[in-house]
Design a binder for this molecule. Structure first.
Ligand SMILES: C[S@@+](CC[C@H](N)C(=O)[O-])C[C@H]1O[C@@H](n2cnc3c(N)ncnc32)[C@H](O)[C@@H]1O
Length: 255
């Protein structure tokens, strides 16, 4: 039995960042004395032109009175019209998270399975090896199988247990307050069902991804890189089974 790996049901935290729009503040050193109170003025020209000799300027929104040596201006205009408004091109955390989610959905729907091959692994039977590098957080493959209820899964387990030639490919998990199982017992060409277990040094983890379809939204299990993975490494995730009886029967669950 492959129960939900730690954290599989957890909703990723999304930290909100404040809006990155900034209004550039004026540089004090370049400000001529007589123009000190900016809040009363608005200029139609950009700050870069402020070094132009005064005589040549033709400001449309204010007039300069020589006698009083004061500017008068249309005060209804805002200070922002003088200072160039800059908007940061950096993405907020929520935008980055949304893009990652969309990438996962795209990878699942397109059945992405590249960069993997099956190999015989000592004492484990078949396993999956990386044929390319994966970066931390990258989608690797979907754990494909029948999506069934826990009740149905328990029934199937009884049936499978009666045949010693049938291995265990049931992945149990909770999501959105419901309990599910993906049964990948039937042989298929999908790599996900052949990932072996490691509790101590897993390089992959699972993540539940809900995708809408004809029959409504359904959970999918994406296997993603828990850290950077080198070519030739075996792909391993933590099956999460901590039950004493299960460990007694399958001592490799401890490793
Ligand atoms: C989901 S299958 C993985 C693919 C399987 N090795 C195969 O050849 O089809 C799970 C089974 O693989 C074996 N297995 C997984 N991880 C193992 C490990 N760390 N050590 C030994 N056997 C392992 C166990 O027999 C387990 O029931």
């Amino acid at each position: 039995m492959l129960p939900e790996s730690p954290g599989a049901s957890a909703t990723p935290t999304r930290k909100r960042k404040r809006d990155c729009s900034v209004v550039e503040s004026p540089s004090k050193s370049s400000t001529p004395r007589k123009r000190k109170s900016f809040s009363n003025y608005s200029f139609s020209e950009s700050p870069s032109k402020s070094s132009t000799p005064r005589k040549r300027k033709s400001f449309s929104n204010y007039s300069f009175s020589k006698s009083r040596r004061q500017f008068t201006t249309d005060e209804s205009l805002e200070i922002n019209t003088f200072f160039e408004r800059r908007t940061s091109s950096r993405k907020t955390q929520s935008v980055v998270e949304k893009e990652k989610e969309n990438d996962l959905i795209e990878a699942i729907l397109s059945h992405r399975e590249d960069g993997l091959e099956v190999a015989e692994i000592e004492n484990k039977g078949r396993g999956v090896i990386a044929t390319k590098q994966f970066v931390h957080g990258e989608f690797i493959v979907e754990y494909v199988g029948d999506l069934i209820t826990w009740k149905e899964a328990k029934k199937r387990e009884v049936k499978y247990a009666s045949d010693t030639n049938v291995g265990c490919y049931m992945y149990y998990f909770n999501s959105k307050a419901k309990r599910f199982c993906i049964d990948a017992t039937n042989e298929s060409s999908s790599f996900g069902r052949l990932f072996n277990h490691s509790r101590r040094k897993p390089n992959c983890r699972t993540r539940v991804v809900w995708i809408g379809g004809k029959s409504g939204e359904q959970p999918h299990l994406a296997i993603i890189a828990k850290r950077d993975i080198k070519k030739e490494e075996e792909m391993l995730f933590d099956y999460g089974d901590r039950e004493r009886d299960a460990i007694k029967e399958n001592p490799w669950l401890k490793d």
